[in-house]
Design a protein around this ligand. Structure first.
Ligand SMILES: NC(=O)C[C@H](N)C(=O)O
Length: 481
């Protein structure tokens, strides 16, 4: 069996023509994972037995009713899937088995998707390289010496390696878009509130958002249409209803974010790729200008106060009593501290300490409150820019995939990898990363497209058309199955 184009549409059309069955596709998927995942390490858990059982309930006459009928999907291991381990790549949850399924995951299942496994991440989604996983580091399928990005590096690499056509991620400061960029795939962070967070292990609740990875924008759109919408189990979920948009790309006005275009620290080849996109858009007749969002330069400090404050509160529940690991001490205080001391890795501890400090009395006003106020200035900058432009564009990340170990001893340089994605979370906006080319090492470069809140369909429509024009065909070579 030859599977050339690993898109949902082509898989479904092969199913309909009778050229492929869900069983054959699962055989192909698990064979690929078994052959190559020992090199890449995308998966923490495989749900093979479940998957083969799940396809038994697929009825061919429902294929047009279920958008993801027979589509294998990988789930980031910070989303609950009942009966299977949800580790968050942390020792503290190493053996945690949830008793319920996350709404976004359930909606994929209800649409016919087949869960094939849970993917690796930076512990509790804190990191940009997947090197903070307590279990193992994932490799980038384009170059095994390099990181796949993070924190959803397992999902991004699984799609890049063509293990699966679709995967889920969560994005607090770039965790879907940055690994998508490093792995040469499409990653979409929807508007905050459009996808329920119920069953997603919380990192920073005002920033976390679930979204999909795919090889093409249309696949990501389909997954988003299935996952999005009101959920009574998440009070921050919005009564959003997906409707697809079909507007000609020429009608849009695009702003290039000055602070992420003329900024230091961006590789010349990454900027050249952006320049190339600008040229393409102009030659298509679009209006493209450089526009300034002056408060964006505060995004990183604001994020590392807001996100860590929320994390210090969210992660307080892991105490050896309610969930996961318990290391016995002579009294309850010692049990707490031994459990947390041994259960959390160093990046998680760093963030809990920073957040606890920022929230503590006497410092709250100077740090958390101030950061919240500056966050509003960033939101206002975006609002103003969107009065003029339909979309804002910039590189997804300042560099292409870096080598393993390059940034592990310097947290600040790791944090800078998210300089272009973090502002989008602070403002709750939809943002997508699509491949825009390769650098001279043959590594993929990502372009980020940012839209107005709840204009997710417009972002996807624009990205889809731009993707066709760019026509990025390169893919990592792992060898055949
Ligand atoms: N969770 C994310 O979106 C990842 C971001 N790099 C962080 O470490 O916070």
């Amino acid at each position: 069996m030859e599977i050339n184009d690993f898109t949902i549409n082509s898989i479904k059309s092969e199913y309909k023509k009778g050229n492929l069955t869900p069983k054959e596709l699962l055989d192909y998927v698990f064979k690929g994972i078994k052959l190559y995942d020992s090199k890449i390490n995308s998966f923490i858990t495989l749900t093979e037995e479940y998957a083969y059982k799940a396809i038994e309930s697929l009825k061919l006459d429902e294929i047009d009713l279920k958008p993801l009928w027979g589509i294998p999907v990988a789930i980031k291991d910070n989303m609950c899937f009942r009966g299977f381990k949800t580790t968050c790549s942390s020792k503290i949850l190493e053996n945690f088995i949830p008793i319920y399924t996350a709404t976004a995951v359930q909606r994929l299942i209800d649409a016919g998707a087949i869960i094939v496994g849970k993917t690796n991440l930076d512990e509790f989604a804190m990191g940009s390289s997947t090197e903070n996983s307590a279990f193992f580091t994932t490799s980038n399928p384009w170059d095994l010496e390099r990181v796949p990005g993070g924190s959803s590096g397992g999902s991004a690499s699984a799609v890049a390696a063509r293990f699966v056509p679709l995967a889920t991620g969560s994005d607090t400061g770039g965790s879907i878009r940055q690994p998508a960029s490093f792995c040469g795939v499409v990653g979409f962070k929807p508007t905050y509130g459009t996808v329920s967070r119920y069953g997603l292990v919380a990192f920073a609740s005002s920033l976390d958002q679930i979204g999909p990875f795919g090889t093409k924008v249309k696949d990501v759109e389909l997954a988003f249409s299935v996952m999005s919408g009101k959920d009574d189990m998440d009070s921050t979920s919005h009564p959003y209803q997906f409707t697809s948009v079909n507007r000609n790309i020429k009608e849009y006005k695009v702003g290039v974010i000055k602070e992420l275009y003329e900024a230091e620290g961006f590789d010349i080849e990454v900027l050249n790729s952006l320049n190339n996109v600008i040229k393409i858009l102009k030659s298509e007749g679009l209006k493209v200008d450089v526009c300034s969002l002056p408060h964006l330069k505060y995004s990183l400090p604001v994020y590392y106060l807001v996100a860590t404050s929320e994390a210090s509160s969210n992660l307080a529940r892991f105490d050896g009593v309610r969930y996961g690991l318990r290391v016995e001490g002579k009294d309850i205080i010692e049990t707490f501290s031994k459990t947390r001391g041994q259960g959390f890795g160093s990046e998680v501890k760093r963030r809990i300490m920073l957040g606890t400090y920022a929230l503590s009395s006497g410092y709250y006003d100077a740090y958390y409150l101030k950061a919240s106020k500056v966050r509003t200035l960033i939101v206002n900058d975006f609002e103003k820019a969107f009065r003029e432009y339909d979309f804002l564009i910039c590189p997804t990340s300042p560099t292409t995939a870096f080598k393993k170990g390059d940034k592990t001893s310097d947290p600040l340089s790791m944090y800078l990898s998210d300089i272009a994605t973090i502002p989008v979370n602070l403002a709750g906006l939809p943002g997508i990363s699509i491949p825009s080319g390769c650098d001279n090492k043959g590594l993929p470069i990502g372009l980020q497209i940012i839209g107005r809140p709840f204009n997710d369909s417009e972002v996807l429509n624009f990205a889809d058309q731009l993707e066709s024009i760019i026509n990025f065909e390169a893919r990592p070579q792992l060898g055949g199955i």
